[in-house]
Design a protein around this ligand. Sequence first.
Ligand SMILES: NC(=O)c1ccc[n+]([C@@H]2O[C@H](COP(=O)([O-])OP(=O)(O)OC[C@H]3O[C@@H](n4cnc5c(N)ncnc54)[C@H](O)[C@@H]3O)[C@@H](O)[C@H]2O)c1
Length: 272
Amino acid sequence: MTAIADVSDRSIDQLLSLAGRTCVITGGARGLGRAIASRLMEAGANALIADLEAATGETAAVELTSQFQGRCLFSRTDVTDTTAVEALANLAVESFGGIDVWVNNAGVFPFRSLDEMDADTWDTVMAVNTRGVMLGAREAARHMTAAGRGGTIINIASTAGFRGVSPGLSAYVASKHAVRGLTRQLALELAPHAIRVLGIAPTYCVTEGNLLAAQEMGGTEVTGAEIAAMVSTPLGRVGVPDDVARAALFCASDMAMFMTGSTLLVDAAETA
Ligand SMILES: NC(=O)c1ccc[n+]([C@@H]2O[C@H](COP(=O)([O-])OP(=O)(O)OC[C@H]3O[C@@H](n4cnc5c(N)ncnc54)[C@H](O)[C@@H]3O)[C@@H](O)[C@H]2O)c1
């Protein structure tokens, strides 16, 4: 049993710093994942972003490396593929010497009414949004446990892990409830190794994925500004990826040292 460190005597700067740490972010080529990679690197980390989209991911890695002091690498990885996720974790260790933070962010959200739901769509959503989270957490935990210096696993859930949402998202809602459950369970399983497991549940944020989803539903191209004009929240504006990335930095940092098992709502009171 490794007790979590007491960090009471550290300054705010020290607590927020990720200098010398390695972060893996799945689905990091764009959207929330890229914003999370950016904030973690700004705090001093090296990052390995994994995604299916090779061109976007390579570009993101080059841009983030040029922007910050640390290094960002890209790996084309399918988070549903056991061997690929194992290789991703090994690459992080070979490239940067270990894994300190693993963010399970890759996710899909196809719309299908219950009547139109087919087994393939259901299984794909579950494979990416739940199996992918388990595989990522498993590989991260294996390396963190072997290294013996703890770590943090962050699972990007959703307000759809707390309530039902728009019609057509039954697989997504079920998968995000599962992410919340997995976050609780893994926090218990991994606590003896000083590995903290936290979820983040964002409300709607404008991302490339959401713009594509709106386009598919409406049949015409939709811009971020148009979405921003349509989506209102009690806080007066629509969510942006950095709203979630700042919460991810908090969870990843020693600021959250005594937090594990909870899923933080970043929802502008959507579920209040
Ligand atoms: N944007 C929102 O409003 C919102 C709200 C709540 C939760 N979320 C969650 O945040 C996460 C990111 O969402 P986003 O809006 O940034 O989406 P996005 O579609 O813009 O980005 C998701 C990324 O994941 C990648 N990806 C998809 N399947 C993958 C796979 N099998 N292996 C590896 N990479 C894969 C995609 O290529 C893409 O680059 C998802 O888990 C989503 O459910 C998003």
